[in-house]
Design a binder for this molecule. Structure first.
Ligand code: KIV
Ligand code: ZN
Length: 391
């Protein structure tokens, strides 16, 4: 992709962090199918897996590297030789390849998980980046739990890995702890304090434990991050990752504010979301931003009236632009005569004003007793009314 300052790299990790969601394991075939869809969607980097963790993941990364040309194919590795060797091998047939090495940098992780000192972590990170650079020119380094890492130490380790050859430095909010203003300030501080930061792309990887992953990613972009790591439908460890569809549509819809482009073909967002639902069995809730089935559906009469007159009254995006066929006017107890008229027009049925009132009242009465009104419910009411009139 072009490396312009007004362009961000969309790094999709549905097949790696997304697959780490409990219950989201995918077969090799499903991962390959999903990778082809991610290419259609226009993501710049596909993190295809973590080759050292299983034969299946190794094969999935190798197969994606062999079949999916265009996007950069990335493989994850801990900062240890064996992982990096497995990643390099799995990526061997990729057209564009990246090795992503990570090590934790927060005191709590270094002390309790790694049992390493700060100095040891820096040495390990530097040698891992150098090792990865001996295989590929595109190397990403992640400072796991960066959002809870001492800032001076974070600056120091980033300078060291960039000197060692890291081309992207990723700042994860691994446990979704940061708030948008804090996270934005962190990126700003890194941009000003890291001596060699201009030699690397700043990336962010936000988890959603407090429901702030997209907001934090946006704050990071506003402060200079130029890669966002995300997953389709926001799947991922615990409460998930920044949702790809949300960050992309936030940047597109609020272009006035961010002036940032992506290469995403937004009309493929719904297809991608549906494929993730199918292969993982994890369904998005109806009110999920962008891809939930209620995102462009209107039931309240006042909203329906507005949307029928001008969609922009209650829609900030077009349903078609994210891949739905259209928006939807739903009949229910909150809907009014405008919605009934629209339904009748769509079904080429003509009624007079009294009949429209009667039908509207009957739809409201029925919706007091059931959650949704389908077309066949309305036809049944109409048939019943016709029968009543005949009698
Ligand atoms: O959440 C995290 O810190 C990660 C890293 C491996 C990037 O997933
Ligand atoms: Zn993560």
């Amino acid at each position: 992709m072009k490396n312009k300052s007004d362009q961000i790299v969309i790094f999709d990790t549905t097949l790696r962090d997304g697959e780490q969601s409990p219950g989201a394991s995918m077969t090799i075939e499903e991962k390959v199918q999903m990778a082809h869809q991610l290419k259609r969607l226009g993501v710049n980097v596909i993190e295809a897996g973590f080759p050292v963790i299983s034969d299946g993941d190794f094969k999935a990364v190798s197969e994606i590297a062999r079949q999916v040309k265009g996007p950069t194919i990335c493989a994850l590795a801990r900062a240890v030789d064996n992982d990096i060797e497995a990643a390099a091998k799995a990526l061997s047939e990729a057209e564009n390849k990246r090795i992503h090495v990570f090590i934790a940098t927060s005191d709590i992780h270094m002390e309790h998980k790694l049992k390493m000192t700060r100095e040891q972590v820096v040495l390990r990170a530097v040698s891992a980046v150098k090792k990865a650079r001996s295989y590929v020119t595109d190397v990403e380094f992640s400072a796991e739990d960066a959002a809870r890492t001492d800032l001076d130490f974070l600056v120091h380790i980033i300078e060291a890995v960039v000197d060692a050859g890291a081309t992207t430095v990723n700042i994860p909010d691994t446990v979704g702890y940061a708030t948008p203003s804090e996270f934005g300030q962190l990126i700003k501080a890194l941009k000003t304090r890291v001596r060699n930061i201009e030699q690397a792309v700043i990336s962010v990887h936000c988890h959603n434990d407090l429901g702030l992953a997209t907001a934090n990613s946006l704050a990071a972009v506003a402060n200079g991050a130029r890669q966002v790591e995300c997953t389709v439908n926001g799947i991922g460890e615990r409460s998930g990752n920044c949702a790809l569809e949300e960050i992309v549509m936030a940047l597109k819809t609020r272009h006035d504010k961010f002036a940032i482009e992506t290469d995403i073909n937004t009309r493929e967002l719904v297809n991608s979301s549906k494929m993730v639902e199918e292969v993982t069995g994890i369904h998005v809730q109806p009110n999920k931003a962008i891809v939930g089935r209620n995102s462009f559906a209107h039931e309240a009469g006042i909203h329906q009236h507005g949307v029928i007159a001008n969609r922009a009254t209650y829609e900030i995006m077009r349903a078609e632009d994210v891949g739905f066929e259209s928006n939807e006017i739903v009949l229910g107890k909150h809907s009014g005569r405008h919605a009934i008229r629209l339904w009748l027009d769509k079904n080429k049925i003509t009624l007079n004003e009294d009949e429209i009132t009667e039908l509207s009242n009957k739809v409201k009465a029925l919706s007091d007793t059931q959650k949704q009104i389908s077309d066949s419910d309305v036809f049944a009411i109409l048939n019943q009314s016709q029968g009543d009139n005949v009698v």
